[in-house]
Design a binder for this molecule. Structure first.
Ligand SMILES: Cc1ncc(COP(=O)(O)O)c(C=O)c1O
Length: 289
């Protein structure tokens, strides 16, 4: 990988996030205290957290935590999952493992910068803008026209940051069919899945519906717990999971044990947590008085 460019968004946060009176550029729902999260826990769950062993944990992620994460999917189990330090480490691992200098990638724009900077630092990359005149949707014919013989990966993000757009289901399946035909992986940043107005129709997780799909998710956004730094990628291609696990030996090695326990508690009470964050975000959907 060549030298990476400045991550301008995160540099902005480094400079301002903890120095400004009002933080108006966050993409995570308002978080909560440890005490508030533990307030959701049963007596046994709380005891498990308090009595936990502070040693290393498994590189893939603690098995019981992966079991809990697997319940968010319809057809993935713990063997399809690898945990990361936030979504960011997962984005780095997926791009590093899937791409080399001879690859070509397609990314939607605008995007969270690493989805674009990482492939650009490795290989030929085409950006396809979402269409503001079409509800910020993705033109699948334009994707098809951009595919080259060496296209290896397409990265998408729905609900999309920053527009909130969700791809219509028929276009999503058309994209999957296209990728299946050409043997292309899809990295789907699904970290806002679950967040939205009541009745929002979210897309199925890509790992559930596509054998070369990488589902990226994290506790940071819809669950409102970015400080836990627990994210994951689910993929039914075991070779991809295993190669990313080997790369993780050079990165965080394993996740924070206390964060894994707290993630398990949060996911066991996910309905309440998601209702809480949707209610917070819901204020922004109300018409002004
Ligand atoms: C679309 C998107 N993907 C990934 C990330 C990184 O998430 P994390 O902070 O959990 O690493 C962000 C953070 O803002 C984001 O907005």
């Amino acid at each position: 990988m060549n030298q990476l460019p400045d991550f301008r968004l995160e540099t902005h946060f480094s400079n301002w996030e903890f120095n400004s009176r009002h933080h108006l550029t966050a993409s995570d729902a308002q978080s909560m205290s440890l005490q508030e999260l533990l307030g959701y826990a049963t007596a046994e769950e709380r005891a498990e957290f308090e009595n936990m062993w502070l040693g290393y944990t498994e590189t893939f992620g603690a098995p019981d935590v992966r079991d809990e994460i697997a319940k968010t999917f319809t057809s993935c189990n713990r063997e399809h999952l690898l945990c990361f330090a936030g979504a960011s480490e997962g984005i780095f691992a997926a791009n590093t493992v899937l791409l080399n200098k001879d690859s070509h990638t397609i990314v939607v724009t605008p995007n969270y910068q690493s989805h674009e900077s990482l492939p650009l630092s490795v290989c030929d990359t085409t950006g396809i803008p979402l269409d503001p005149t079409d509800n910020w949707s993705l033109d699948i014919d334009r994707v098809a026209a951009s595919i080259k013989p060496n296209t290896r990966l397409i990265t998408i993000n729905f609900p999309h940051n920053p527009t909130g757009a969700i791809l219509p289901l028929d276009r999503y399946y058309a994209l999957i069919d296209l990728c299946r035909k050409h043997g292309i992986y899809i990295l789907h940043d699904e970290i806002f899945n679950g967040l939205g107005e009541t009745g929002t129709m979210h897309l199925p997780f890509v790992a559930d519906v596509y054998e070369r799909g990488l589902s990226l998710n994290v506790m940071s956004k819809a669950y409102g717990l970015p400080g836990l730094r627990i994210g994951w990628i689910a993929c039914k291609d075991k070779d991809v999971i295993n190669r990313m696990e080997k790369l993780k030996h050079y990165l965080s090695i394993c996740n924070s044990g206390p964060s894994e326990r707290l993630t398990k508690i949060a996911l066991r009470h996910s309905e309440q947590l998601l209702a809480r964050t949707c209610a917070i975000v819901g204020c922004f959907f109300q018409p002004p008085h």
